[in-house]
Design a protein around this ligand. Structure first.
Ligand SMILES: Nc1nc2c(ncn2[C@@H]2O[C@H](COP(=O)(O)OP(=O)(O)O)[C@@H](O)[C@H]2O)c(=O)[nH]1
Ligand SMILES: [Mg+2]
Length: 480
């Protein structure tokens, strides 16, 4: 072969290898996956802490140290993680939250009410076998989305008329404990003439009174969850919107509503209700919810046990309402509305570090009881579900106490309210729904703890409880 021929062959070969490299790159790009993992839960259920801890562990997952049950990390297949949150129009305050948890003394994040996201790119090696066929390295683009569960409570409103909504609310407000807490509001409503004209000032004042009442019902001693409209408590980007000037009529509805003048209280409320449905509830499902692929629902089960039966029953009702958002049957409202595509839902009981390790299984079981009926329906729709007790950031350590010659498992940590160090036996989590008489005892007393500092350096498995199992369930199949 002459020199020219050899050169030609070389050029041809290098061109071919360029082409194959390019092709391989294109194929790899085509095989890269984008996943939106939505994190929801009622306010204070632990969403912000969960997302921050998860992102931090994922950022270190190439070291394979802190997530032994997350197989991609434990097998050493994660090459690196990049934070791409700057590309988001609604970035999650990851650095601020982590800085607070790493500070000395550390502090829990401030309350948030916005939809926001962390965007991560996970570069990883495929599992042996798959690797050779599809290209050894690839990337999973993961969006972790933080949004208030309160917004899901509004879904049924899309199917209800204003009159139906008022009747639903009447049923709630005329039962304990709302009835006792709302006496003044009910008296005020009884004095109103719904058909009389209402000026802006009066209308806004009434709306503010109702919003204050909802806020009061959310706080101790009530700690209720089924509070609608959800945006009154978690306004997101609607905080100054007139859409929030909304409250239900809790007295008899006017007998002849058709004759109500457009500026009457009745007409104003009714039109605000329909505007709220169209401009607050529907866009959330259309713009966000339908793009979610996987979902984790965080539930603070222990709070309900601490607060008693009314709080528990209300939380159960709220969860059932919230979980309607995961009913996709052919005829369901959601299917008609947005064709959602969530294929896997994990229910997680948060703050599992508030109980001793031998109670984690009970906490799984208790959560299962709480979401049982909703879970059955979701499974029927062929969405996979699972229940798991987790702690995103472990604030306690295990200790032992000797009582009457016997060793008891207990917890050691610093109280959230005054920072004092304490050791306590927090009690057992029931594996059946408590009976009426159980609530009256002093049986459940789970204490809130201050965080332990999150290391700036390497994290270890003892910094969380089962966060790796949650990840494996939610993402394990995608990282093959
Ligand atoms: N002990 C413990 N407390 C937690 C954990 N996660 C959240 N918390 C507590 O729950 C509160 C609310 O958490 P946050 O993430 O802000 O809830 P969000 O409103 O759902 O975003 C925090 O201030 C902590 O007191 C956890 O993993 N362990
Ligand atoms: Mg939050």
């Amino acid at each position: 072969m002459g020199l020219q021929d050899t050169l030609k062959t070389l050029v041809h070969k290098s061109h071919l290898s360029d082409v194959s490299r390019h092709l391989k790159h294109r194929i790899e790009q085509g095989l890269e996956q984008r996943v939106k993992l939505a994190v929801t839960g009622l306010s204070r259920s632990g969403k912000t802490v969960f997302i921050s801890a998860l992102a931090r562990h994922l950022q270190q997952s190439d070291q394979g140290l802190s997530l032994p049950f997350f197989s991609a990390a434990a097998d050493g297949r994660i090459i690196g993680t990049r934070d791409c949150s700057h590309e988001s129009a609604i970035p999650f305050p990851l650095q601020t939250t982590l800085a607070g948890l790493q500070a000395s003394p550390p502090h829990w994040p401030a309350s948030t009410d916005q939809l926001s996201e962390v965007k991560l790119a996970l570069r990883y090696r495929r599992s042996p076998g798959l690797g050779r066929m599809l290209g050894e390295h690839t990337t999973l683009y993961l969006d972790l989305i933080d949004y208030p569960g309160e917004w899901l409570l509004d879904l049924p409103m899309l199917e209800w008329s204003f009159a139906t909504w008022c009747r639903q609310q009447q049923a709630l407000f005329f039962a304990s404990p709302r009835l006792e807490a709302s006496r003044e509001w009910l008296t005020c409503q009884q004095q109103l003439d719904w058909l009389a004209p209402a000026d802006d000032t009066q209308f806004q004042q009434l709306a503010h009174t109702f919003r204050d009442l909802l806020q009061q019902l959310r706080e101790p001693p009530y700690c209720l969850s089924l509070l609608q409209p959800g945006r009154l408590l978690m306004p997101g980007d609607l905080s100054d919107s007139p859409l929030l000037n909304l409250f239900p009529i809790l007295t008899d509805l006017p007998a002849n509503p058709d004759q109500a003048a457009p500026d009457s209280l009745y007409s104003r409320l009714k039109s605000t209700y329909y505007a709220y449905r169209e401009h607050a509830v529907r866009p959330f499902y259309e713009d966000h919810f339908r793009h979610f692929d996987r979902q984790i629902v965080l539930v603070d089960c222990l709070k309900t046990l601490n607060r008693g039966e009314a709080c528990f029953t209300d939380m159960q009702q709220a969860l059932n309402t919230l979980l309607h958002s995961f009913h996709y049957g052919h005829n369901s409202l959601l299917r008609r509305l947005v064709r959602p595509r969530i294929s896997r839902v994990l229910f997680a009981a948060t703050k599992a570090d508030h109980v001793t390790a031998n109670q984690h299984h009970n906490l799984d079981r208790f959560l299962q009881l709480l979401v049982e009926s909703a879970q059955r329906e979701i499974r029927f729709e062929q969405v996979e579900t699972h229940c798991l007790a987790i702690a995103s950031l472990r604030a306690t350590s295990a200790a032992q106490a000797k009582l009457d010659g016997q060793y008891l498992s207990c917890l050691r940590g610093h109280r959230k309210d005054n920072g004092e160090e304490m050791a306590l036996f927090p009690g057992e989590v029931p594996v059946e729904l408590p009976r009426a008489e159980d609530w009256n005892s002093e049986r459940f007393r789970f204490v809130d703890f201050a965080p332990r500092p999150l290391p700036v350096g390497p994290l270890r498995p003892e910094h969380h409880i089962r966060l790796d199992q949650a990840l494996e369930y939610l993402l394990g199949d995608l990282l093959q």
